[in-house]
Design a protein around this ligand. Structure first.
Ligand code: NAI
Length: 279
């Protein structure tokens, strides 16, 4: 069902790679809610991903950009405004990549060149985007900029590696830049902290399938999928949430507020006890 929540709104959507991407679902939902936007990703992702299909479905122009490169961001913002016919109302930052996680380098054996890349791509790119957009006055008053995060920014998830540090930095940028952008031009900056979701980035994390099962069992509503994330994100682009800013908003079926469930407690206890009995 569509509510026309984003009628007359213009935006940019980063991070759609293939139909499993969270950004892919957000693009489809934003289109259904009446938005016009451009799509962007790196040149490599455009070569190997499937963004052309999405662009066709959304009647959207694709503008390549590396989100760590200021010149690319400037070009993207300017071309998007030219193409869409005015300043922007929303931007989705759905970008994450860790060479350490990809190469299975754990948190106590980080390659620091890789770590710099992780932080630059997954966190500083948001600052670069916000700073460039502010300087270019590219976003309308009341506009909404949204990044995607994960609870490892706040709690320890050993397998998430250096992405945990990147997400903690990302959420800090959301708070700190959110202040400046709010004061300057009433622009809102938030992060949605999403359940584990089977995407290219998600499944790169060690033990991802087990993460998914554990979160599913711990969350009273179960895991939030990419489609429900898209529903939530369009409300955050809309005027209905015009006073929400500088927040990390959990979209996780209740996971972040849980401690334990009786079922998991019994399962862990019984498994350990049976191991001890065997030993
Ligand atoms: P995905 O792999 O579909 O999307 C990640 C995107 O980042 C890709 O499109 C990739 O091309 C893009 N990217 C990488 N380097 C880039 C650069 N230098 N410039 C521009 N774009 C670049 O995976 P997913 O899961 O949809 O990721 C989207 C966001 O959601 C990420 O921030 C991720 O950390 C976050 N997230 C994902 C969760 C999951 O379990 N999948 C859970 C919570 C948050």
């Amino acid at each position: 069902m569509s509510y026309n929540l984003l009628a007359n709104k213009k935006g940019i959507i980063f991070g759609a790679l293939d139909p499993a991407s969270i950004a892919w679902k957000i693009a489809l939902k934003a289109k259904a809610e009446g938005a016009d936007f451009t799509l962007t990703n790196t040149a490599v992702a455009l070569r190997f991903g499937q963004l052309d299909d999405l662009a066709e479905q959304c009647n959207a122009k694709i503008i390549p950009a590396d989100a760590t490169d200021i010149a690319d961001i400037e070009k993207l913002l300017q071309e998007s405004m030219d193409h869409l016919g005015g300043k922007l109302d929303f931007i989705l930052h759905a970008i994450g990549m860790s060479p350490n996680v990809r190469k299975k380098k754990g948190y106590t054996d980080l390659n620091y060149n890789f770590l710099n890349k992780t932080i630059d791509i997954s966190a500083l790119s948001l600052h670069k985007l916000l700073q460039t957009a502010l300087k270019m006055d590219a976003v309308n008053q009341g506009g909404s900029i949204l990044a995607l995060s994960y609870i490892a920014a706040q709690r320890t998830f050993p397998d998430y590696g250096d992405m945990a540090d990147a997400k903690a930095t990302l959420e800090s940028i959301v708070r700190n830049f959110g202040y400046h952008y709010g004061k300057h031009n009433q622009v809102r900056v938030n992060a949605v902290s999403q359940s584990p979701t089977p995407t290219t980035a998600g499944t790169g994390v060690n033990r991802f399938d087990k993460f998914l099962t554990f979160a599913q069992e711990l969350s009273p509503l179960g895991n939030a999928n990419a489609e429900s994330c898209a529903d939530y994100c369009v409300t955050l682009f809309s005027d209905l949430t015009r006073m929400v800013t500088m927040q990390t908003l959990y979209h996780d079926g209740g996971y972040s507020a849980m401690g334990m469930t009786p079922e998991l407690l019994d399962l862990i206890h019984d498994t350990l006890q049976s191991q001890q009995n065997k030993g």
